[in-house]
Write a protein that binds this ligand. Structure first.
Ligand code: GSH
Length: 130
């Protein structure tokens, strides 16, 4: 029974994937505009950030849209198809759950932030007024 259920959900994911991706494309907001100097500062601040995600996960879509709206050049890492990224997430964050934002701190520490709402709130606190 379990393999059948797994097969059903895999099929469902494949059917829904193009819908999720097209809807993301159509609904991604335009980026905020900044002066070149302000954007350069944002670009530098984003160097220590990476988003671990699955391409068609709706929670990841929500975070990617916020990243686009805030105009953040955050590296996106596929934890579904790329085994290296999956392992980094499992070992660093403690579980393969997405989205997860890896935040490299100035003191060399690393924070792994899970939950799409918490990630978006963190991004807004950090970048909305910049
Ligand atoms: N409440 C979470 C839900 C995230 C979630 O369910 N992600 C799924 C992919 S769409 C996942 O990582 N599932 C694997 C797992 O939970 O182990 C959020 O808003 O980020």
């Amino acid at each position: 029974m379990r393999p059948l259920i797994r097969l059903f959900f895999r099929g469902l994911r494949q059917v829904l994937a193009p819908i999720v991706l097209i809807s993301e494309k159509l609904s991604t907001p335009k980026s905020v505009e900044r002066s070149p100097e302000a954007q350069a500062e944002i670009d530098r601040a984003c160097e220590g950030l990476a988003l671990y995600q699955f391409r068609t996960c709706p929670f990841c879509v929500k975070v990617r849209k916020e990243i686009a709206r805030l105009g953040l050049p955050i590296e996106v890492r596929d934890a579904q198809l790329n085994p290296d990224h999956r392992r980094e997430l499992a070992e660093g964050g403690g579980r393969v759950k997405v989205p997860c934002l890896r935040i490299a701190q100035d003191d060399g520490g690393v924070e792994w932030l899970y939950e799409s709402d918490d990630i978006n709130a963190w991004l807004q606190r950090r970048f909305a007024t910049a």
